[in-house]
Structure formats: C-alpha cells, structure tokens
Write a protein that binds this ligand. Sequence first.
Ligand code: FES
Length: 656
Amino acid sequence: MGEVSQGADLARVDLPRTFDWRPCPGAADESGHLPRFQPHQGFHPQRCPNAPRMRTGKERAVAIDVANRLKVGRLEEIANGCRVVSGGRHGIAVFVDGGRAFAVDNRCPHMGFPLARGSVCDGILTCHWHHARFDLSSGGTFDPWADDVRTYDTVVEDGVVYVDPRPRPIDVERRWKARLRDGLEQNLNLVTVKSVLALQEAGVSPRESVAVGAHFGAEYRAAGWGPGLTILTAMANVLPALEPTDQALGLYHGLVHVARNCDGAPPRFQLDPLPAADVPLAQVKAWFRQFVEVRDPDGAERALLTAIDGGASPAEVADMLFSAATDHLFLDIGHTLDFANKACELLDLIGWDRAAAILPSLVPGMASARRSEELNNWRRPVDLVALIAPAVARLPQLVARAGAGSWDGFDALAGTLLGEDFAASVRALVEALEAGAGLTDLTRTLSYAAALRVAKFHTSNEFGDWITVLHTFTYCNALHQAMRRAPSAELARGIFHGAGALYLDRFLNMPAARLPEHRGADAEPRDADALLARLTDLLDREQQVNEAALVVHRYLSLGHDPADLRAALGHTLLREDGEFHSYQMLEAGLALERELRELQPSRPDEANRVLVAVARYLAAHAPTSRAMLQTARTALRLQRGEAIYEDGEGEDELPA
Ligand code: FES
C-alpha cells in the first residue's frame, strides 16, 4: 500500500477557507500547563505541533486513476528540485519541497516563463522573469498582476511520485470574471485583456464582460459616468461590425478606459429610493428636473431611483433623463445628453434590470454640467438663445403633428443648417415640422450636417478643433438615438441646441476642405483589398487626412462592400492607443452611415460622406505608440502557447 504525499493528502472537499482557531487540546506550554483559549489574541497554529493546518477549500481528495497517472520519478531524486513531465498544455513542473510533491503548469501565467526554472522557498514558488510568487500547493499568486497557476494532483507510492496530467478543475467563467474585476481594480491592462480573451475562448457572451465593466465603472467613480463607460458602450455597440479578432480588442479598449477613469478615484455611494413608491411618475419626473436645475445631485438621485423602483418603463426613465439633459442648452458641450443616451444603450445590452445600479452614475455630471447659454459665444454677436426661444415655445404644438406628412427636405435642410444664418436654420426647422417632418427626420438630417462639418474640416485649423466638430457630431448622434427611443417636446429642444452648436462651428469649415468626390482618385488602386491595405498603411503615418478620405471615397464609389470598410476602420482605431473622441467618432459614424444607407439605398453619397468623415478623424489621430496593442499581442501569444521569453517573433501573424 503506497503512501500519499503530504502535498496531496490534506484534504477533503469543500472545506471553508478559514483557520480553525480552537487551541489544540493535547498541547501544553513550556510550563506544562495547557494553554488557555484567548480568542482576542488569536492562536497561531504553527506554534502548536498538533495544530490543524489552514484549510484552503481548494484542496481535493486525491484519487488518481492508475491508467491516467504519469510517473515522475523517485521522491529522493527530485528532492528539493523540479522535474518536468509532458502533459497539460505546456508541460507539468513537479516540485518536491519538504518531502512533499507539488505539480503546476510549467508556464508562468504572467508571461509564460518556464516555472521549472523558478525557485522554491517556504512553500512559495518564485518565477525568475518578473518574480511573481505562487503558493506551490494551491497555485494561488501573491502578485495580482500575475495570475494563479493551474495545479495538478500528485501521489507518492512506494517512494515514486506520480502526477495526474489533468489539471484540477476550475469554474472558468467565474475565475476569469474575477480576474477581469482584478484587472479593473488594479488598472492592469494585461490582466484585463487576458480575461477578455479567456472569456471569449470559453464562449462567454461579450455582454458578460461588458456587465462586469459597467458595474465597476458605475460604482467606483464618485464623479459618476465618464468617458470610460461611454467608450465601453460605444465599443460594445460596434462589435458586430468588427472582425472576430478585433472584437476582443474592442472590449479590451472599453474596459481599459473604465479602469483608467476609476484609477485612484473615490467610490460612489449610492442612495436609496424614497420609501413610498406610489408617487405619480409625473411628480417624480418634475422633482428630478427641479433638483438637477438647482444642482442638487442627492435629491435628483433619489428621485431617479424612486422612478425606477416604482416600475417606470425604460422609455419613461429615458424620458426623465433626456428632459433634464435638454433643460439647458448644449450641456457640457454635448456630453450630458450623450452620456444619458449611452447609459440607456448600455442597459439595452446588459439588461434594464440593472438600471438602479447604472443610471444614478449619470446624476453628478448632469447636476454640475456647464450650461451653454452662460457662454458668450451663444449670446454674442448673435443671441442664439433669443432666436431659439419662440420656436421652443411652439414645440408642444409642432411636435403633436410631427411625422404627419411626407417630407423630402433632407438636402435643403442640411444645407441651411450648415449655412451662416442661424435665424434661417431655426426657420427651416420649424417649417419642416409644420410640413409634417418626423422628429427623427430632423435629428437624422442634423446628424448628417454635423458629420459633414467633420468631412470638410480643414487641416489648417488648430488641431484641437477636431474635437469641437466632433462634439457637435456626437451630440447630434445622441439626440437622434434618444429621439428614436423616447421622443418628446422637451427632447425636441435639443434639435435647436444642436443646430446652434453646428452654426457656431461654421468657422471650422472656412475654408472648407474639398470632399474627395471633387478630387481625382485615379492614382489609387481599384481592388478592394488593395484599397483597404492602402488605408491601413496611410494610418501608419501622421496626418494622412485627405489621402485617407480619397481612398475611402474610391473604395465606396467603386461599389465595394461597406461592411469590410467598417471593419477596417474599426481595426485602424483599435490598434492605436485611442483617445476618447476617436471611439465616439467611429461609433456615431458607423451608426449614421448604416442608417442612411438603409433608408436611401439609391442615394449612397450621403452615407459614403459619413465614412469619409470617420476616416479623416481617425487619420488625424493616428498613429500613436500602440502600447495597448502590444499588451494585447502579448496576451494573445500567451493564449496560443507561444514562448514569448525566447524571442520576439511571431508578431507577423497577429493583428497589425
Ligand atoms: S513573473 Fe513569470 S513570466 Fe513574468
């Protein structure tokens, strides 16, 4: 009958991870007296030779099937050393320490260094590349930036060590979700991308990763919803347009930005709804707007939670948010409405049952947002607020008949909105409503006009002004998406606010860059793949703005598949260390382009121009140092089992 090694014999299933603090009944102190139990001083098990060991709950009864086990060698031959046997994905490193046998995966989970080359001291295995430390017995790491190493059961019979080549089972989804949260908490990009890849490989829906990031971002930032959650939602929205290899990258980018936003920030402590949930929704909505108006985030949060708790529908909750987000003009240069819309989109993805956890994060920003009517350029030399006021006063009647007629004024209205007469813009919008245009007809036209501002942004402008035209475009896109979700007379005020921002941006099209359709493109290739490769190459160099626009126009005008171009644009963004607005530009641009292409299949020019705008914006902000891509490549190579420590090769096969 063989002896079971101590490294494997402790154990029994499902023991709690706790110390047994009871004093050993048979142990006497140096004076010969039995020790007294002193609960507040604790009791160190190691002082008592008969004390029970810490039970980890991870240790399992060992019953290695003789047919499956691998012979490692005699215990004394391996003593205080290591032997590697074939098995698992990367070989199994079997250590003998203190007369006990332990087996771990031979690749360090951090970056793949062979753990057989590590050293063991006091039961701790230290990797000799970046010095991550692991408990030999359980495989658990003491360094959060590394990861727990997989372990294997061992048994010693007649002085011979055997190992079971099947790793001890783990709950993959649970483990990698926990690691994803670790990555967010510690702001560790490598841990985050490894978790995303592992969850993807395990077949876990991307929604699950998004939900982990959403809850973390909403809870651990006292300032509330910010760019990180916006990027996460935007990337989740564009996932279907990306190549499969880029989908994990998209999630990774969103999650990394959530972690960065929360890094070092105090957490947010959530309030409760009012005790009575039978207040009429109209009253709660009025309270919410009133509290936002006086910049009282606590009152506003309780009102919002009360509406959710009282069973308000997603559309009703969205209406509350959108009304408050348009009670003033172009709040926080458009971010307030954009964030409110994105929060609703996030809940569409992860479930509205999470509304109470996510939506209150909007309130701090909403209550503190800068109101554009307080800015000089909205009041002088042209008082936009005064010009808007009469139209806004008529909105309840105008909105009541919106969509009642057939309206075909898309081109004319877009032209007027891009003009130099704001009074004419207001008039044109009112006339369109009087003519029976739908609210989304107007918001779509407004979005298109804002995209044209980007498509015609002249590179002689200050570089920072790319963001000015971007803000207006993303505001208009948010308004359009919000209008599709919860149309109202209150939200319709945003149409005039967006038109005001578009008017104020007009100097950024003076002079206007020529659209690529007015420039010769004959020197460019005709083949679709060659054009996409050319686009990718152009974005390897700085400021190839107009060249990129030309390639995109040529690709689309030759009738090539827009889906491949969308994926290529997504790829060019995801290889960069993207800044907040580039993600917004891609997502809003793809949404508008697809809608225009579907609504007007016989008129592709408008949709094509939107992609020209996207390409120009991305080209203006590329290339970067691509540090995030390098980290993602490392994680991907590790997942494939490549030996990173040996050389730097293998990159050619990975996303460029
Ligand atoms: S610590 Fe082991 S590879 Fe980095």
